[in-house]
Design a binder for this molecule. Structure first.
Ligand SMILES: Cc1cc2nc3c(=O)[nH]c(=O)nc-3n(C[C@H](O)[C@H](O)[C@H](O)COP(=O)(O)OP(=O)(O)OC[C@H]3O[C@@H](n4cnc5c(N)ncnc54)[C@H](O)[C@@H]3O)c2cc1C
Length: 467
């Protein structure tokens, strides 16, 4: 590995793209394409391969009526599947998988009194962004990839970063839900209010969402800047950077003493699109090589890393928001993420890094973001501004420590788990962490008294109420 190549890979676009990648529009790269309804269904596996199942049926309804019939008649457990990008076993079923791949697209949009857009729930985020862009609109915020479906992203409280920006579900103004009994419910703060509060983050436990109206905004240009900085000073400046920039996030590079800072701010001028760097994955590959070659000698590994990293390297890009906020992640991994109260963010991040640096096998950067509070009942950000800390392990390497050891640190700092990322919280713990847990469960039991939406994973937390 030449110093030049390593340095190139440490440049902003390298860091940003390598660590926050995504797929373009279209079919997810991880999930198997749905089989035609009549054929023997294919086995299903998630993006990282950690979750798998062999469903008895795999249906792709083309209308709400068809979906309602499927919900009424198909073998349980009934599970909606999006792009298969969750790591937790929310989707697997031996019963029926329901994909909304045929229910996609922008149905309507308005400019007044606030801009809103009505999208079908199976629309991928990448497609949603492009459709909105074509009518001069954009999402307020976005996660670091855009392969997910809208409904899948909302069901697990998918979020981006920004001290004043909430997760995606907080922008939902109304939604349509088909219940397990085939009833069609229009839900908003004014109509079916309790179902609305429960269904914005639903874990797919209430039925299938077919349509969402989201608050959006006129499309906007962002300026992204990325730079490398020593971890110790970065940890002191986290909140300052988060206050100063519309969107701040950082990646700590274990066993190097450095972190990569990524900020996005609104830019008044036109976009200046450039070709994305080809070496998107270089930084990850180089960190892995350092681990493979020098993992046995942590001091030497750090010494070499510090000589290879050039903190004077920075990068800047100016483009439409959706082109900068979500990127590509070709390298597969498994992941955990804890959402801690904002006051605990820096201390928890330090504790996670200290733990990871005791392990010589770790090389994935640790991701740190800010998310503003909201009021959806199962939102991890319910009633509290949060910091999110995400830890990754290569898909073909051990990941048990993410749940056991990193999970124990998250517990100490009061984290609520990301619903789509690995954790082992019990029903009792979740009830204590989520003030509206019992309300959610009451609505769930009302909509699904027979527990037809509950797969083995959800049955850890929820019970059927009638046989
Ligand atoms: C590479 C990668 C990067 C990621 N980056 C981020 C990030 O930046 N921020 C973040 O917060 N998360 C992130 N995630 C996690 C991801 O956003 C969530 O796990 C999300 O739920 C995945 O959406 P999906 O469409 O793949 O849904 P799936 O994983 O297929 O399903 C997730 C849940 O949604 C439910 N569901 C799907 N469709 C419907 C429907 N129509 N109605 C009701 N329920 C439905 C399913 O039943 C399931 O419970 C990332 C994951 C990966 C693999």
């Amino acid at each position: 590995m030449s110093r030049r190549r390593f340095l190139q890979s440490m440049t902003a676009s390298g860091v940003a793209l390598a660590l926050r990648p995504a797929t373009g529009a279209g079919r997810p790269t991880g999930a198997q394409p749905p089989a035609p309804a009549a054929a023997a269904p294919a086995a299903w596996r998630s993006w990282s391969g950690i979750a798998q199942c062999q469903p008895a049926a795999w249906a792709v309804p083309r209308s709400e009526d068809e979906l309602a019939g499927l919900l009424r008649q198909s073998p349980a457990p009934l599970r909606a599947v999006g792009a298969g990008h969750s790591f937790t076993a929310l989707v697997p079923t031996e019963g029926t998988l329901l994909s909304l791949d045929a229910l996609t697209g922008l149905k309507d949009h308005t400019a007044q009194p606030v801009p809103t857009a009505t999208l079908q729930a199976g629309t991928r985020l990448a497609t949603a962004s492009r459709l909105l862009d074509q009518v001069g609109l954009a999402l307020h915020n976005a996660p670091d990839i855009d392969a997910q479906t809208l409904a899948g992203a909302l069901a697990t409280a998918t979020h981006g970063t920004g001290a004043g920006l909430p997760a995606m579900h907080a922008e939902v103004q109304s939604l349509r839900l088909i219940t397990p009994t085939g009833q069609v419910l229009a839900c908003s703060a004014q109509e079916n209010t309790e179902v609305f509060h429960a269904a914005r983050v639903s874990l797919g436990a209430l039925g299938v969402v077919t349509e969402l109206t989201l608050r959006v905004r006129p499309r906007y240009v962002l300026q992204r800047r990325v730079w490398l900085t020593p971890v110790d000073s970065l940890l002191r400046e986290l909140d300052t950077l988060a206050r100063k920039h519309r969107q701040f996030e950082c990646y700590l590079l274990p066993h190097t003493g450095y972190g990569a800072v990524i900020v996005h701010d609104e830019h008044p001028g036109p976009p200046q699109p450039v070709q994305q760097a080809a070496a998107d994955e270089d930084v990850l590959r180089d960190l892995r090589r350092l681990r493979d070659w020098l993992g046995y000698a942590p001091s030497l590994r750090r010494w070499v890393a510090q000589r290879l990293i050039d903190p004077a390297q920075t990068e800047q890009r100016i483009d439409w928001s959706y082109r900068l906020l979500s990127t590509q992640r070709p390298t597969r991994f498994n992941e955990t993420e804890g959402h801690v109260p904002r006051a605990n963010g820096a201390a928890c991040l330090r504790a996670v890094l200290d733990y990871l640096e005791q392990r010589n096998d770790v090389y994935f950067p640790v991701e740190f973001r800010y998310v503003a509070q909201d009021d959806a009942w199962l939102s991890p950000f319910y009633g509290r501004d949060s910091c999110s800390i995400a830890v990754h392990a290569a898909h073909d390497e051990p990941w048990d420590y993410l749940v056991k050891d990193v999970g124990a640190i998250f517990r100490r700092y009061g984290a609520r788990p990301h619903w789509g990322k690995l954790h082992d919280r019990s029903a009792q713990e979740l009830r204590a962490l989520y003030p509206r847990w019992n309300d959610f469960d009451r609505v769930r039991r009302h909509l699904d008294p027979q527990g037809r939406m509950l797969n083995a994973y959800l049955r850890q937390w929820f019970e059927r109420t009638s046989p």
